[in-house]
Design a protein around this ligand. Structure first.
Ligand SMILES: [Mg+2]
Length: 373
């Protein structure tokens, strides 16, 4: 585990609500949107400053609640708490119902500030061992024509893995279409976001048919809390089952692995409430020889920098879902992450190694709230 950092004394917390138009709408079993709204948290102290991204999605039901709920928690609870304390540990206390995406944003901003102060890159601090990570492209649920086009574009761009979203009735044909576009050499995963029922015979049939498709992972086929159903599928299918919604914390990940619910875990620090919690899960999975996959939440460059640094840890041996900025946005808030030979470079500057660009922020900022001591 990473060592302790010097506490950061924060004088000001800014909450920047940013809206970036997506190049194409993002559809999953949870919902759909075409503008990515996030809250960028900027902590400012006397000697240093840091950024973190709250990348909750627009709807409830994923990662502890919507961006509006997480934004309220930042403004009304976490930021005031931070400003009330003389100097803050990077994992400040939070209420039990505080969205993890909000806790992550504060922790990331404090770590960024502390690491900038001492001149250490985030990847180095977390224990990263590589300077580039294999990139993967996640495709939303779309019609056949748009999914085929997106899959083809991802393969042409050089992504090592493509992951498609599936849901009952939109599964076998989607997977077959994507496979025919990307060829046999690119890894193909499918993510159901828990949309199938383990007790439904037709659903079960479909999952067994998917098993013959040569997927590298079948992610969260059934509901997060259906550990028995997941364990049953893990035993029955040749395709490894990856846990995402079931792996919401160190405790729930351990419980799911104890139950035999999956053979891989998608690790997303924003959904886990922090980078340090993500490292703990990475370490647990390594101990148990369980694959970890670097997950993304359609982050802007601030959140992406944190996700890429995390993905440089030694357990992330298989390409995950982290993509270049231009998969999602015409313009990112930071210098864009670019694909090179199927990989994204791990930032090596102090802290996150990136910061929002003022001119870009001006174009895409909806509101700024400034809280001071
Ligand atoms: Mg997922």
């Amino acid at each position: 585990m990473p060592g302790a950092l010097s506490p950061v004394s924060v004088d000001t917390v800014e909450l920047h609500r940013v809206a970036l138009p997506l190049l194409s709408p993002w559809d999953t079993a949870h919902g759909s949107f075409d503008v990515r709204e996030v809250v960028l948290v900027h902590v400012v102290g006397a000697h240093t400053d840091g950024w973190g991204e709250c990348s909750a999605l627009p709807y409830e039901g994923y990662a502890g609640g919507s961006i509006d709920r997480a934004h309220r928690a930042l403004r009304d609870d976490l930021a005031p708490r931070l400003l009330d304390s003389p100097a803050s540990d990077v994992s400040p206390p939070a209420g039990a119902d505080t969205p993890p995406t909000a806790r992550f944003a504060i922790e990331c901003a404090l770590i960024d500030a502390a690491l900038k102060d001492r001149g250490t890159a985030l990847a180095e601090y977390l224990g990263g061992t590589r300077d580039a990570v294999a990139a993967g492209a996640a495709l939303g649920l779309g019609d056949t024509v748009s999914t085929a086009a997106a899959a083809r574009a991802a393969a042409v761009a050089g992504y090592r893995r493509v992951k498609c979203k599936i849901a009952p009735g939109r599964d076998l044909a989607v997977v077959d279409t994507v496979r025919s576009e990307i060829g046999a050499d690119v890894f193909l995963g499918a993510d159901a976001n828990g949309a199938y029922a383990s007790t439904d015979a037709a659903n079960r049939n479909t999952l067994e048919e998917l098993d013959a498709r040569g997927l590298d992972f079948l992610e969260q086929p059934v509901a997060a809390d259906d550990l028995e159903g997941l364990a049953d599928l893990s035993a029955a299918l040749r395709t490894p089952v990856a846990l995402d919604e079931s792996a919401a914390s160190l405790e729930s990940t351990r419980a799911a692995l104890d139950a035999g619910a999956g053979n891989a875990v998608s690790v997303k620090a924003p959904r886990l409430g922090g980078l340090l919690e993500a490292v703990r899960i990475h370490d647990l999975c390594r101990e148990r020889n369980v694959t970890v996959l670097a997950g993304g939440m359609l982050e802007t460059g601030v959140g992406r920098a944190a996700a890429v640094a995390l993905a440089s840890l030694p357990g992330f041996t298989h390409p995950g879902d982290l993509a270049a900025s231009d998969r999602y946005f015409a313009e990112d808030v930071t210098e864009p992450f670019e694909l090179r030979d199927g990989c994204l470079s791990v930032p090596d500057g102090p802290g996150l190694g990136v910061a929002p660009l003022p001119a870009t922020m001006r174009r895409h900022t909806l509101s700024v709230e400034t809280l001071t001591r």
